[in-house]
Structures are given as C-alpha cells and as structure tokens.
Ligand binder design. Structure first.
Ligand SMILES: Nc1ncnc2c1ncn2[C@@H]1O[C@H](COP(=O)(O)OP(=O)(O)OP(=O)(O)O)[C@@H](O)[C@H]1O
Length: 253
C-alpha cells in the first residue's frame, strides 16, 4: 500500500528524519513507537505530503510527491496529535470538512457528502453532540470528532498520531477497537504512533521503533517490545511480560 524509501526531512536546519525505509501492506496496522523527539509525527506529516521531504514515497505504486493535493487527500487521511479546533464550528460542520477533497472548487457538499459525514458521526457515537460547537466537547469527545472527520475522507490509508492520548482507558479501547473493526470492514490500512507500548502492541500487526530519525528496530510487537531495545532507546527500566494480545510493558522503579 505504501512504500517509503530513504525518507529524509530537515526542519530549521536540523535533520529530523535520516533515511527512513518503511512498508505497510494493504489492510495492515503498523505502529511507530519511539522516544519524544524521535521524528514520529514528522514521519506521518511527510506521508500526507504536507512536510517537504527527500526520498521516495509511493502509494499503491504512485509517487506521493507527484499527486495533486485533492488526489492525495482522497488516499491519505490523518488525525494529527493536536488538530486545530475552529471556533464556532459544530461537530457536524467539522466532520463535513473531511469531504473537502470531493467538493468541486467553488461548489457545495452533495447529499452523498452529508450522508458520509452523518454516517461517521453515528459510527463514532457523536450523534448527541452533532449540533454543538466542537470547542464545547471534552477532550475525549473531541478526539472522536477528529477521527470522524478523517474517516469521512474515505481514504484507504489512515494515519493516526497519538489517537488515544486524550482518552480514558475505556475510550482508548473503544476507539482502537473501532479503528480495528473499520480496518477489517472497509479494508483500511493503518499507520499509527503511540506512547502506550502495551496498548500499541495489542493492536499492531507490526511495529517500527524510531530513534533520532532512524528506524532502529522493526518486526512483530514481540520482536520490538524487548527489555533490551526499550532500555537502549528510551533509557527506560521495564519488564516485558507475555500477554494475551501482545507483550505487556510494565515500568519498574
Ligand atoms: N519546525 C521545526 N524546526 C526545528 N525542529 C523541529 C521542527 N519541528 C519539529 N522539530 C524537531 O524535530 C524532532 C522530531 O519531532 P517530532 O514531533 O516528529 O517527534 P515525535 O517523535 O513525534 O515526538 P513526541 O513523542 O514528543 O511527540 C524534535 O526534536 C523536534 O523538536
């Protein structure tokens, strides 16, 4: 689905990504982990085509850099870490923004666009909030609205930057279970970043460990979530225990 080769990004004269290679197959869920500042968000932003990069990113064989913006947005949707919350905009209006790549220039949303937005509002259990300003929602409710907007884009590749950081443990599971179900039902491909390593390992088919802008490990959750790798790259003291759906990473004092 997506093949990244020798991706390099410099920001403010600093090399942030330094030759990243990454493949995500159609229908796969890959989660990128790594310490603060490793370059995870920058990687996802580059894959939307909004952050300039060197190297090559191909989406189902097409060069991402050669696609027009609307065409890119129909193929790649992203939920950023802290998306802007437009003041005064209702949840329904916000989710409808996800349909922008389908609305003709100077045109209006079609009945199909409105129906797609309403469908995502229902699937994310946001119907009761649909006419409220987005700014009045709690952090977790807002997070679901951000996801609804991205899903309304109907892109086959979904990029999720820390999708559960604002959520309580129950809503974390709800949202990730929902993404997993949509992945199966709609054949979505998911590339996420996450800091909670046990939760990350419970949902990903594969994981990639990024440190200082380079891939330092990649493989199944059991191959990447090891005490040795986490000690080396996070300088973390942890025990890794076997779990039902992947390794459990437990910090120790
Ligand atoms: N515009 C910029 N100018 C200079 N440096 C930048 C710029 N944007 C990001 N960086 C730096 O790039 C590095 C990677 O940032 P990025 O947000 O991708 O990391 P991350 O792995 O997502 O971190 P976190 O886990 O803290 O969210 C950081 O050191 C950050 O300070």
């Amino acid at each position: 689905m997506i093949a990244v080769r020798d991706l390099r990004v410099s920001l403010g004269g600093v090399t942030v990504l330094d030759g990243v290679d990454l493949d995500v197959a159609a229908g796969e869920w890959v989660t990128v982990i790594g310490p603060n500042g490793a370059g995870k968000s920058t990687l996802l932003r580059a894959l939307t085509g909004r952050t300039p990069y060197a190297g090559r990113v191909s989406l189902r064989g097409d060069d991402l850099g050669a696609l027009r913006r609307r065409e890119r947005a129909r193929r790649v949707a992203m939920v950023a870490q802290s998306p802007a919350v437009p003041p005064g905009m209702t949840v329904r209006e916000y989710v409808l923004l996800g349909r922008t790549p389908y609305v003709p220039p100077l045109g209006r949303e079609s009945a199909a666009d409105l129906a797609a937005a309403d469908e995502e509002i229902r699937s994310l259990h946001l119907a009761a909030f649909a006419d409220r300003p987005l700014t009045t929602l709690s952090g977790g409710e807002r997070q679901r609205a951000f996801l609804a907007r991205a899903l309304a884009q109907r892109a086959p590749l979904l990029l999720l930057d820390e999708p559960t950081s604002a959520l309580d443990i129950g809503h974390q599971q709800d949202v990730l279970d929902l993404v997993d179900r949509l992945r199966r039902d709609r054949g979505l491909t998911v590339l996420a970043t996450m800091h909670d390593l046990s939760i990350a390992g419970g949902y990903a088919d594969r994981m990639v460990l990024l440190a200082a802008g380079r891939v330092v490990a990649a493989g199944t959750p059991a191959e990447v979530l090891t005490e040795r790798l986490l000690a080396t790259h996070y300088r973390a003291r942890v025990r890794v225990l076997p779990g039902e759906h992947g390794p459990l990473v437990v910090p120790v004092r």
